[in-house]
Ligand binder design. Structure first.
Ligand code: ZN
Length: 298
């Protein structure tokens, strides 16, 4: 059965087709385009998929997204500061043009699902997938299903304690303290925050240890909080910023330090390098998740 998949991220859109046979998914075509203004992106996707005769489509998108299937706004991108994307009926625009079922979830929930089915979290009942890039997104897989709820988890915006040496204002316009400084994780630790604070993009700052000590400190705060709240069996850290390889060992040490020996599990105390890991599906986690969403609708 031929299905389509879309992973819509803050910077780029990955889309393509796959052949689905039971639990097997074979990617047939994988394409990318920049996340331009919404109408141009949606037109291009509709024209592409119209020619493919797919049975169903999975949409794994950045949010905030309406995921309540009983809502007339199901699949709408809402309240995003992203230019040209606020109040855009992303899912409905595809469904109405293509006349096929469209299954929708957040990009990070879809990536979490793909890592549970095919990747580093194979067989986990609970897993957190964190992407650190243009923003910080967190997908939660708990008791064998993605977490939705009131909206869907937005743990990238959880409050954190600012690093003692950080005097940068931050980049989140929503979570700002009385001194005008962002106090949420995304505001101080997403890729654009690194670039603005240090004056250069992260990939040009590999040699600067202070950059990664601060970055690891912030990410470890977020991860320690998630361990305390969700108690996941596996944590996966992906996204462009995580290509900076020295981050993983720093994060491992800092998560242990912040938990202070309180969680008595070998995954934290001795085996943390196999507990907090990169995605096994690499940059295909999101699009594989989109194909899995499409498969759900066959
Ligand atoms: Zn925020």
């Amino acid at each position: 059965m031929l299905v389509g998949g879309i992973e819509a991220g803050g910077t780029k859109i990955v889309y393509g087709t796959a052949e689905v046979d039971g639990k097997e998914i074979h990617i047939l075509e994988r394409k990318e385009m920049p996340t331009d203004e919404s109408s141009a992106v949606i037109d291009k996707l509709n024209l592409y998929f119209k020619e493919k005769e797919i049975t169903s489509l999975g949409l794994a998108s950045f949010g905030p997204l309406e995921l309540n299937k009983n809502s007339s706004d199901y699949g709408m991108v809402m309240g995003t500061p992203k230019k040209g994307w606020d109040q855009v009926p992303f899912g409905a625009a595809l469904k109405e043009y293509l006349h096929i079922p469209v299954e929708i979830d957040t990009d990070v929930n879809a990536a979490a699902m793909a890592e549970v089915v095919y990747g580093a979290g194979k067989g986990s009942e609970s897993l957190v997938y964190i992407t650190v890039g243009t923003g910080i997104g967190m997908g939660l897989w708990v008791n064998g299903a993605p977490v939705h709820g009131l909206l869907h988890p937005e743990a990238g915006h959880m409050g954190i304690v600012r690093h003692e040496k950080d005097h940068f204002a931050g980049i989140c316009p929503f979570h700002v303290d009385k001194f005008g400084q962002s106090f949420c994780l995304e505001g101080v630790a997403a890729g654009p925050a690194i670039e603005k604070r240090w004056g250069r993009p992260g990939k040009e700052l590999s040699e600067n240890a202070a950059v990664w000590e601060m970055e690891a400190d912030y990410l470890a705060q977020g991860i320690a909080n998630l361990i305390l709240v969700i108690s996941p069996e596996k944590i996966i850290l992906g996204g462009g910023v995580m290509h900076q390889k020295e981050l993983f060992p720093l994060i491992h040490l800092k998560v242990q330090d912040k938990l202070g020996g309180y969680i008595h599990r070998k995954e934290i105390l001795t085996d943390i390098d196999s507990y907090i890991v990169p995605p096994e599906l690499g940059d295909n986690a999101g699009i594989m998740g989109a194909f899995l969403l499409a498969q759900k609708r066959i």
